[in-house]
Design a protein around this ligand. Structure first.
Ligand code: RET
Length: 133
């Protein structure tokens, strides 16, 4: 499959608000988070991925090995602990985040040279698209 690695700038962000509400993120953080554009930086070293979500407001970085469960603390987002597992499903890199929140996870894939990210939590789905920097 096409590599997800590289730097990507946000071009669209649909229902980020609904996703953040489902996570219980404060009104203050939501107001700012909605206004800013994020950059995704995805790096791969051996079989370990590092994913950085960068913004002028706050950054969020996590790292994982494919098909190996890891402890994720969503620092600066909703500050929760999850047992997360990332695996390839066809051309999609899919994460399940087990924890307090039901139906939580995300999927990354490349389509038309763009990086697509679908984030879901409870009944909310957020769709983000990024272009290569
Ligand atoms: C920001 C700004 C502060 C508030 C919130 C944020 C959300 C970050 C999220 C990142 C998800 C990254 C994933 C990457 C997958 O590869 C932008 C840090 C709420 C939701 C799932």
């Amino acid at each position: 499959p096409v590599s997800l690695c590289g730097s990507w700038d946000m071009v669209s962000n649909v229902n980020f608000e609904g996703y953040m509400i489902a996570l219980g993120i404060s009104l203050y953080t939501r107001k700012i988070a909605l206004k800013i554009k994020h950059r995704k930086v995805i790096e791969q070293v051996g079989d370990r991925y590092v994913v950085k979500t960068l913004s002028t407001f706050r950054n969020y970085t996590f790292s994982f090995r494919v098909s190996e469960e890891f402890q994720e603390f969503t620092k600066g987002l909703d500050d929760r602990n999850c047992k997360s597992l990332v695996a390839w499903e066809g051309n999609k890199l899919v994460c399940i985040q087990k924890g307090e929140k039901k139906n939580r996870g995300w999927a990354h894939w490349i389509e038309d040279d763009k990086l697509h990210l679908e984030l879901h939590c409870e009944d909310q789905v957020c769709k983000q698209v990024f272009k290569r920097v």
